[in-house]
Write a protein that binds this ligand. Structure first.
Ligand code: NAD
Length: 300
């Protein structure tokens, strides 16, 4: 029989993911800091809760999809948090992108109470969340993973148990390094090609047919070409993720020079007040340095 499921954090990602669980027939209890998305899902059949604690009192499995490590710490271990309401045998699945170190600490804390915990961050973006095609990388015990797998199947397509607690977040940090560096690579290529006189749409079309083809260009090409930086994935969140990658690298004695540069570029966008824009806004820095907006010299 399907277990009762709770969902906390109904933003760009969480709301469509929660909706897939509802559509699959799970009894779903939801909570979010702001009320709007709670009411929306309640109108579609979910039960609204007044706190993370109440979610855990109603559901054996609680999923969190929150911005950053401190948010997950507060929601799981806080005064009115999930662990206050969770019973022995419960399971917490954190699908946010947070520090692997914090993920391990939270899993240890939950296990003291007989509650299982998986770190199961995702990639595939808002489109993947809406289409249930996310890639989900889970860290934790094999038993907890087996219990969570049917839920993952409603939200994602590529689902992998990558290792013990924290390892899902390690793989996600690797993913975020690649996406950030490729976004910057595509930005540089487009500014170079466009200022040198070629239509950027043509550049994307040609590159997409060869070794330079990348899913980043496929998914964000239209954003670049239209200068549409509606998120998507916010600059603030990607900056947070590169911070996680750099902190993890420091802990393990790994140098990530290019990650450091792009992290600083994302910081510059935040300082300009562009933190809530899509990460493809990275393009605007290279454009400014070149004094050229892509597509400007396209024939009229
Ligand atoms: P978002 O800002 O759209 O949503 C976060 C939600 O959490 C908001 O609805 C907010 O009200 C809620 N929230 C924050 N603090 C809370 C608290 N203490 N209690 C209850 N609710 C709280 O962010 P998002 O884009 O949905 O991202 C969520 C997570 O998923 C982040 O860790 C992000 O890095 C990761 N992620 C995002 C994407 C993407 O493309 N947007 C892709 C992969 C992973």
């Amino acid at each position: 029989m399907a277990e009762n499921v709770g969902f906390i954090g109904l933003g760009i990602m969480g709301k469509p993911m929660a909706r897939h669980l509802l559509d699959a027939g799970y009894a779903l209890t939801v909570y979010n800091r702001s009320r709007g998305p709670v009411d929306e899902l309640a109108a579609e059949g979910a039960t609204a809760a007044a706190s993370p604690r109440e979610v855990a009192e109603r559901a054996e499995i609680v999923i969190t999809m929150l911005p950053d490590s401190p948010d997950v710490q507060a929601v799981v271990t806080g005064e009115d948090g999930v662990l206050r309401g969770a019973r022995q045998g419960g399971l917490i699945i954190d699908m946010s992108t947070i520090s692997p170190i914090v993920a391990r600490e939270l899993a240890a804390r939950a296990s003291e109470q007989g509650v299982g915990m998986l770190d199961a961050p995702v990639s595939g973006g808002d489109v993947g969340a809406r289409n249930a095609t996310l890639s989900i990388m889970a860290g934790g015990s094999a038993e907890d993973y087996a219990r969570a797998e049917p839920l993952f199947r409603t939200m994602g397509k590529t689902i992998t148990h990558v290792g013990p607690a924290g390892s899902g977040q390690v793989v996600k940090a690797c993913n975020q390094v690649v996406v950030a560096l490729v976004l910057e690579a595509v930005s540089e290529a487009l500014v170079l090609g466009s200022k040198a006189g070629v239509d950027p749409a043509t550049i994307i079309q040609v590159l997409s047919g060869g070794m330079a083809a990348t899913r980043v260009m496929e998914m964000r090409g239209p954003n670049f070409l239209e200068h549409n930086f509606t998120p998507g994935f916010k600059v603030n969140l990607h900056h947070k993720d590169l911070g996680i990658a750099l902190a993890t690298a420091r802990e393990y004695g790994v140098s990530l020079p290019l990650t450091g540069i792009v992290e600083q570029m994302l910081q510059a966008l935040r300082t300009r007040g562009m933190g809530d824009q899509d990460h493809s806004a990275l393009l605007t820095l290279t454009e400014e340095w070149a004094q050229h907006q892509i597509g400007q010299n396209r024939p009229a």
